[in-house]
Structures are given as C-alpha cells and as structure tokens.
Design a protein around this ligand. Sequence first.
Ligand code: HEM
Ligand SMILES: *[C@@H]1O[C@H](CO)[C@@H](O)[C@H](O)[C@H]1NC(C)=O
Ligand SMILES: *[C@@H]1O[C@H](CO)[C@@H](O)[C@H](O)[C@H]1NC(C)=O
Length: 656
Amino acid sequence: MAFAVLAAVGAALAVVVYTYVAGLRKNIAKARKTGFVYIVSPVSPYNLVWQLSFFIWVPLIKLLPRSLWDNWLFVVLPEWGYATKQEHFRRLGTETFVVASPGDLILFTEHAGLIHQLTQRREIFPKDVSVYGVLEMFGRNVLTTEGALWRLHRKVTSASFNEKNAAHTFAEAIGQTRGLLGRWFGADGERAGTTGTIKTLEHDTMRWALNIIGYVGFGLRLLWPGQTMPDDVDPKLAKYGSLEPPPGHTLTFADSVELTLQRIVAILIFNETLLGLLPFRFAKEAYKAKRNFLKYMDEFLKDKMEEAKRGGEPRDGMDIMGQLVRSKYSEKMARAEGKISGGGGSSSSSSTGFQLTDAEIVGNAFIMIVAGHETTANTLHFALLELANNPAAQRCLQRDVDGLFGGADPSAWDYERSIGPLLASHVGACINETLRLMPPVTGIPKVVTHDTDQTANVDGRAHVMPAGLKCTILAVSAHRNPRWWPTRPSGRSGSETDLDDFLPERWFRQAPGGEAPSKEDDDGIVDRGDYGGFQGSDVSAALFRPVRGSYLPFSDGPRSCLGRRIAMVEMAAALAVIFQRYSVELAVDEWASDAAVEAMGPEERRALYGKAQAKSRDVISKADSILTLKLHHGLYVPVRFVKRGCERFVSDPLLQ
Ligand code: HEM
Ligand SMILES: *[C@@H]1O[C@H](CO)[C@@H](O)[C@H](O)[C@H]1NC(C)=O
Ligand SMILES: *[C@@H]1O[C@H](CO)[C@@H](O)[C@H](O)[C@H]1NC(C)=O
C-alpha cells in the first residue's frame, strides 16, 4: 500500500518535472530562433501563483549563490521596468530581449522601431487580451476584447468621444478642481493663505477624477463632502451622488467604485459565494463593493432602458450608458421592423455581431469608469508632486498660466480659445513629462497571432516572431531610452543622462539632427483606419516631437486610448486652475515646526527643502502597479497648497 502511494506520487512528480523541462526546452529553442538576446527563467513573470507569492520566495532564492539567480530574477519582480530604469537593458546590451520560461515565451522591448510595428500591425500583433481578465469581471468590453467583437465595442463606445464633449469636460474639470481646492482650504485656510499638511493627495485626486467622469461620462452628479445636490438634478440620478448610502445600498456609489478598485484582485480570485463566506476584512469589503456596484449598474441600466424605450432625447455630455443602451435597443427595434436583415439571431446571452449584451453594457460602463479615472488621477497626483519637487518647473508653469489667463475667473475660460495654447505651454509640457516618467500603464501587452510565425525588422535585421510570442512594450523604459531621447548630463544626479529627471523644458528643446521623426511615418505600416476617438494631435510644430514608438503613455495605433483627449483636457484644466492662484510645496513637518521654519533664513530653508525633496523622490521611486502605476502600500508624500505670495519655499529663485 505504502509502496503504491509512493509510486503514484513518484509518477506524478515525474510527469510534472517532465512537462516543466520539456516546456522550458521548447521555449529556449524558440527564443534562440528569434535572434534576439534571451534569458532563461525558471518561472514565468506572468505566472499568477508567482505574482501572488513572490515575496515569500525571493528572500529564499537570494540565499542561493548569486550566479544562480543574478541573470533572471529581476524579470520576475513586479514593475522591474520602472524600478530599475535602464539598468538591465544596459547590462544585457540590448533594447529587446526574450524570456524563455517553462510556461511562457515573452519578449520585452524598449526599441522605438519595434514598438512602432507592434502597435501599428494589429492584424499580426493583436492585443494580448488574456492579461486583462481582471477588467472583464462585469462583462467583456472595449478594453478587453480583440477582433470583430472589439470593433463592435469600439464603434459603440467611441461615438461620444468628440470635441463637444471635450469642451464639456473642460468646464466640468474646472468646477471639480475648485471643489477640490475648496475642500483643501476650507474657510479658514483661505484666510490664512495655506492648507494644513495634506496626506490624502492620491485619494483626493481619485475622487476628483471620478466626479468628472461620473458627470461627463454618465450624467451623475457626485458631490464633495459639504456640497448639496443642485435642485435641477433628475431624482433618479441623485442617489448616485448621495453622500450617504441610499435605500437598498450599503455603500455610496463613489465608495462602491473606489472599494471595487482597491479589492479588485480579491474579486478576481475568489468567486462571489466564497467572498461572502470568508471571515476576512478584505473579503467582506470585496463582497460588499462588488454587490453594491453591480446593483447601482443594474438600476442605471434599467433606467436607461426605459429612457430609450420612451425615445428620450440624448442627454448632455457623453451619456455613455445611454449611448450603449440605445445602440442595443434601437438596433433591436430596427431589426423588428425589418430594417436590419440576416446575421446571427438576437440571442441575449452573447454578442451577435451587431449588438452588445447587458453584461457587455455594464462591462463597458465599468471600464470607462476605471480607465477614465484612475489613470488621470494618478497623473495629476504625480504632476503635483513633481511640481512640488521642482520649484523651477512650477515657476515656469505659473508664468505661462499667468500669460494665458491673467486674473480671469476660470468659469469664464473659453475651451476653444484656450485649449491649444494651454497644451502647448508649460502646462502641456508638465503633463507630458509626468506621463513620460510615470506612465500609468507601464507595459502594453501584444501577442503574435497564434497560427503562424511572423517577422519584424529591427535595425535592418529580420527577426522571427514565433506564433504565440507574448510581447510586452515597456513604455516606461522606452520613455527613458537615451537612443531615442535627446539628453544632456544630469545637473541633478550627476549621471550621464537627464532622462530620469523631471524636466518639462525638454519638450521645448529641438530634436537633434539625427533621427527625423517623420521618417518613421513613411514606412508604410502606419494604420490610418478610423477607429473613432480624437483624430487630431496635441502637437504644435515648434515643440519637441518624440520619435514614433518612443513615447506611448496612451499606446498608439488602432488600440490606442480612446480617452486621450479628454484626459489631457481634464489635467490641463486642473493644473491651470490650481496654479493660477496657488503654489504647491512639500510639507516639512517631519523636520521642522512652522515656527522653526518662520525663524529660518533662505539658506537654511533651502537645505530643509532639500531633505523633503530627497524623501519625496525616494517615495515616488517606490511606486508600483496593481492596475496602474501609483503609490500603493500606504505610501504618500505630504504636501501643502499655499496662496501665491504666501510660499515658504518654492518662490525662492535659487531653489531648483
Ligand atoms: C492619463 C490618462 C490616461 C492614460 C495614461 C491612458 C492610457 C491608456 C493606454 C496605455 C491604453 C492602451 C491599453 C492597452 O493597449 O493595453 C488605453 C486604452 C483605453 N483607454 Fe485610456 N488612458 C487614460 C485616460 C483615459 C480616459 C479618461 C478614458 C475614458 C474616459 C480612457 C479610456 C480608454 C479606453 C476605452 C481604452 C481601450 C481602447 C481600445 O482598446 O480600443 N482612458 N488607455
Ligand atoms: C462559487 O463556487 C461554488 C462552488 O464551486 C458554486 O456552487 C457557486 O455557484 C459559485 N458561485 C458563483 C456566484 O459563481
Ligand atoms: C506632448 O506630447 C505630444 C505627443 O508626443 C506632443 O504632440 C505635444 O507637442 C507635446 N506637448 C508639448 C507641450 O511639448
């Protein structure tokens, strides 16, 4: 008996080892065939079990001789591209390498030319949607699908991303930014010229962005504490903005969104029944968040269905939910009336080729809320921190805002007249520079079509791209690659390049003679299809324009971000409103009391601020991604906003 058990265990083990070794050998052979530099890793960086438990194994692995792990361990650590900057590309002497592991074959690249091919040639390098499962939990959607289904989703969702709604976003962002400032300053702060120390910048910017997308995208008025619901709000919609959970709910709408995002990993891993039963706080929160969010969405969907049935007029703003529902409802009507013929039946459990299911509608609404708020919020958060870290850049930005708007009240700012100049000023440059250093999406997943091998030309050499090869475009690395970015020695760190420094002024430098950006556009692979969304550029000819494929905070090509324009508009409006009247400074409470600062001369203050800058940069360097790149694990940088003229530090022209 004991022998039989032993033999069975032994056999099972042998099968596991055999599968493991055979998988690894097969992938090594394929990696060799690509002609790229490759490394061998005993575990796939995409292995979910590893991702959830790496912190247990890494210290153990590091007890082994360094030569056993030095080569590969970095690539299975989370967010290594951001954490290690150019280090590993430099060490491997390459801009592209392949990782062969037992489970996966993965290519990582920061090469602009290769990235350009990966983003433009969607037919052979589609999006690797397998990594987006977590964003599909409420239903398939425009971000998580490919092929014909994606085209349908893209068509239905892109309709409302137009300039009219960008203008609407501009006005709403101005209002919400004032709400945010009002919250920070309160009545007393305004008098004293300063807010107290703010430790909740990331949370506050998240709420700011959610309020904007809630209203512009869905017509939902979300409030700041202390605000009351305007009278003209449709009572059906008022409950979404309520600061207390409305009847039938245990969370407010905003809290249900926020908590769903915070607990998204738990929601993905455990099924709902299990979540409801597990005795842990994270499980209870996850369960509550998901139930509440789904209930809000169901009610919203039903309301919109009725509105569509009544043939109601489209609402102001993007009305994304209404748009989704109408696309379904009106096509159903049309088919019933015989205007649409043939095609798949009108089964309601799956997409038929011309209409979305209810789950897909909710899935798309969810993705617009997620994609439309966390990314924008993080970018504003980091932009504010970097402006506090870099007083000289903040002063340039204020000079430009003053030049554009003077003392004009923001509610009178005209979108059409101001948006171009605003994006071409230090405001635009500051957003670009934040997105260069801290792109919310650090790696963009593609995959080589599963049926045939493909080739890609890199620096004049043809490389085999084996079928099924996963390709991760490391935006965060390409953005710091000295081959594609003009650079100078860093005045700050003394390092060879200034590409790790926050320097908005680089966007006003002229491109070097060498690589002409336009050359890339002529190679015949640019996909000029119309996939909806904003077609124009934020370009001003006089500004630095990165080589194509070297700068992709919003990705590029057919699968690029649908919300690029409104995100840029939102962030630009916020920065202009804030810096027209205020400055941001790092808080120094950790080192000196207000009275002590008061007593300090300029030199002493500079030294003090230097400590805060060093600490802040260190915290920012610890950002990592769960959904997007941000400060997790309770990390934060404390700041204060002050009325212009009341600065303690950043107005000092000698402070860089
Ligand atoms: C700073 C803000 C933003 C950044 C950095 C950003 C970045 C990105 C990136 C990199 C992608 C491509 C993802 C991939 O291929 O895997 C993407 C896709 C997308 N984004 Fe954004 N985004 C931002 C704001 C927004 C906003 C405000 C919205 C909507 C309101 C939005 C909606 C979308 C949608 C719908 C897609 C999927 C498009 C498709 O696959 O066809 N994004 N975004
Ligand atoms: C969760 O899993 C259990 C057991 O596998 C199953 O009975 C239950 O229906 C599942 N619940 C949901 C909501 O999928
Ligand atoms: C920001 O980047 C975009 C995209 O590359 C570019 O078109 C625009 O001119 C840049 N803005 C500034 C102010 O340099």
